[in-house]
Design a binder for this molecule. Structure first.
Ligand SMILES: [Zn+2]
Length: 131
């Protein structure tokens, strides 16, 4: 491992339970590896995403946000397209999805990382309210 990769992994390990905006990761990396360039950071991030170590969360159109996922079984979110409200998914639902994957597809240990886009109940009722 190159030092920059180590610093990135360590940073994600130290912040396992948080969402990490790219800017914050970049600032941390510049502090520890001052000669690092943006391209290298992105290249490493892409690599970690493809390895399933971290995940890019589509939580904001303005910035890239990442999360450490390697040891996590379930991580999914519901995002309202109207008000932007974010809800964390519920594990019970995904136990059912995992069971269905076994029963229907004979598929095991799925990594259930998903973002659902839709409408929260408040926005849904406003959309469907009579004029
Ligand atoms: Zn909403």
């Amino acid at each position: 491992m190159t030092p920059s990769k180590e610093v990135i992994v360590q940073f994600f390990l130290d912040n396992k339970n948080r969402h990490i905006p790219f800017k914050e990761l970049q600032e941390e990396l510049y502090r520890k590896v001052p000669d690092l360039d943006r391209t290298t950071i992105y290249r490493n991030i892409e690599k970690f995403i493809s390895m399933g170590v971290i995940q890019e969360l589509a939580l904001s159109p303005k910035e890239k946000i990442y999360q450490y996922i390697f040891e996590k079984k379930v991580h999914h979110y519901y995002i309202c397209k109207a008000c932007g409200k974010i809800n964390k998914g519920n594990e019970t639902l995904f136990d059912k999805v995992e069971q269905a994957l076994k029963d229907v597809h004979d598929f095991y240990k799925a990594n259930l990382s998903l973002v659902f886009y839709g409408f929260c109940s408040k926005c849904e009722s406003e959309i469907n309210a009579p004029p």
